[in-house]
Ligand binder design. Structure first.
Ligand code: ZN
Length: 418
C-alpha cells in the first residue's frame, strides 16, 4: 500500500514536471487540451495539476486573442514567480542576464575580464557585477531564486568544480559552486559553457524542436555541446564535447592542453590573433593595423573587423572556417545531428564562417549525415550560453518545490536541476 502510494505520487510528480517543462518551452503558452494531447494524460489529471500550479503561483492562465467567439485559454509560466540569473564566464568576458520566471531578459550586462586572474579574484568580480546588475534593474539580492553559470572548461557538474581546464589555469578543482553559494544562498548550477549554449539554443533559439543538436562555441576557446535524444550529453566525467582538442594536424602547433595540432591551436582565439598579425607584418592592409600596440590585437577585434567588411580579417576568418569545418565534418559523421549551431563571438561573422563549414561537411561527411544536417549560426548570438544558464537556473526554481517528494531526480525527463 505504501509502495502504491509512493508510486502514485511519483507518477503524479513526473506528470507535473513534464507539464511544467511543456508549458515553459511553449512560446505564447499552451492550452490544457494541447497539454493533455501531447503528454497523453487524462484531462482531469492535467486540470488537477494546473490548479495546483496556479495555487502555487507558478503558472497563470491567459485568454488568447481569437478570431471567432470563444477565446481559448492558454497556460503560461507566471513571469513574476521568480527572478534568476544566468552567467556566462568566458576567457575574456563575463555575460550576466537577469531573467524572470518566463525566461524574459530583464537586464543584461557584459564586462571584460581575464579568467586567468584565477578563481578568487574572478568570483569577487562576479559578485560585484551581479550586485551592479541587480542595482540597475532595481531588484533586491534576496529576490534572486537561483543562479546558473557556464565556464569554459570541462565541469564535474554534481560537484560544481572544473577539471583541469586548459584555458583556465589555477581553477583546477576549485569549489566554484560552494564559493558562490557562500555569497548567494540559493540553488546554483555550474556547467560547461558550450553545453549551456546547446541548451540555450534548444530552449529559446534556432534549435527549438530539435532533439539532436550540436552547438559549437567559437571564441577564445572552441568547445561543443551536445543534445542527444533531447538530453544534454556530459560524458562520464563532464569531458564530452571538447572539439577544440580534436587533432586536426598531427604535427601542428603546440596547444594549451599540451598536445600538438588541436583545432583550438589552429583556429582558436590566439591562433586568429597570431595569423592576423603575421599578415599585418607582411604589410597587408587592414583597419586592424591601427591597433596600438599591435600585440593587444585579439580575436574579438578580428571578429568585429570581419563583420564590418575588413578584407584581411575576412580572409583570416575564412581560413579558420576551413579548420572548423574539418572538425565539424568529423562531428557530423560521429553524431548525425539534425542541426549544428555555430555560436560564440565568432558567429557574428556569419556566412564567412558558415560557408567553409558547410563546404567541408558537404565534402567530408558521409551523405547520410551531411544531407540531413542544418548548419547555421546561433539565434541568440553571444547570449546562447547565458540563456542556457538561465534555463538551468529556472529548472532549479520551477522544479524544486516538490523535488524531495518526487523521488525521480535521476529518472525524470525534465532538465535535471542537479
Ligand atoms: Zn589541445
Amino acid at each position: 500500500m505504501i509502495y502504491l502510494r509512493t508510486q502514485y505520487r511519483a507518477t503524479k510528480n513526473f506528470s507535473k514536471h513534464s507539464i511544467i517543462d511543456l508549458i515553459r518551452f511553449s512560446p505564447g503558452g499552451i492550452s490544457r487540451a494541447e497539454i493533455s494531447r501531447q503528454l497523453q494524460l487524462p484531462r482531469t489529471t492535467v486540470t488537477g495539476i494546473i490548479r495546483e500550479l496556479k495555487a502555487g503561483g507558478i503558472v497563470h492562465e491567459i485568454e488568447a486573442a481569437a478570431q471567432s467567439g470563444n477565446k481559448p485559454v492558454r497556460v503560461e509560466i507566471n513571469p513574476s514567480y521568480a527572478y534568476v540569473v544566468g552567467i556566462d564566464l568566458g576567457a575574456t568576458h563575463g555575460t550576466y542576464i537577469l531573467a524572470d520566471a518566463s525566461a524574459r531578459v530583464v537586464r543584461e550586462m557584459e564586462i571584460a575580464l581575464d579568467v586567468r586572474s584565477g578563481p578568487v579574484q574572478i568570483l569577487d568580480l562576479i559578485d560585484q557585477n551581479l550586485d551592479k546588475l541587480l542595482d540597475i534593474a532595481g531588484v533586491e539580492r534576496s529576490k534572486v531564486m537561483a543562479i546558473g553559470m557556464g565556464v569554459p572548461g570541462p565541469v564535474v557538474s554534481r560537484d560544481g568544480v572544473v577539471s583541469a581546464p586548459p584555458i583556465m589555469p589555477g581553477w583546477d578543482g576549485y569549489p566554484i559552486r560552494a564559493e558562490l553559494h557562500r555569497r548567494w544562498p540559493c540553488p546554483i548550477t555550474i556547467n560547461n559553457d558550450a553545453e549551456l549554449g546547446a541548451l540555450g539554443e534548444w530552449a529559446y533559439g534556432v534549435g527549438r524542436g530539435e532533439d539532436n543538436l550540436a552547438y559549437i562555441k567559437v571564441g577564445t576557446g572552441i568547445g561543443a555541446g551536445f543534445l542527444i535524444d533531447g538530453q544534454v550529453y556530459h560524458g562520464v566525467t563532464g569531458g564530452a564535447g571538447e572539439i577544440g582538442h580534436m587533432t586536426i594536424q598531427s604535427d601542428g602547433p603546440l596547444c594549451s592542453c599540451g598536445n600538438r595540432g588541436c583545432l583550438e591551436s589552429i583556429a582558436g582565439g590566439e591562433a586568429i590573433a597570431r595569423r592576423t598579425m603575421e599578415y599585418l607584418h607582411q604589410g597587408r592592409k587592414s583597419s586592424l593595423s591601427a591597433i596600438h600596440p599591435l600585440e593587444r590585437l585579439g580575436a574579438r577585434d578580428v571578429f568585429a573587423a570581419a563583420s564590418r567588411g575588413d578584407a584581411l580579417a575576412q580572409v583570416v576568418m575564412r581560413e579558420m572556417g576551413v579548420h572548423i569545418g574539418t572538425a565539424t565534418a568529423n562531428l557530423v559523421n560521429l553524431f548525425n545531428p539534425g542541426i549544428v549551431v555555430i555560436g560564440g563571438g565568432g558567429s557574428q561573422v556569419g556566412d564567412l564562417l558558415l560557408e567553409p563549414v558547410r563546404q567541408a561537411v558537404g565534402k567530408r561527411s558521409l551523405r547520410i549525415s551531411s544531407r540531413s544536417v542544418r548548419i547555421t549560426t546561433a539565434l541568440l548570438g553571444r547570449r546562447s550560453s547565458a540563456m542556457g544558464a538561465v534555463a538551468k537556473a529556472l529548472s532549479s526554481v520551477l522544479h524544486q518545490f516538490d523535488q524531495a517528494e518526487a523521488g525521480l531526480r535521476s529518472g525524470g525527463n525534465w532538465l535535471q536541476p542537479e
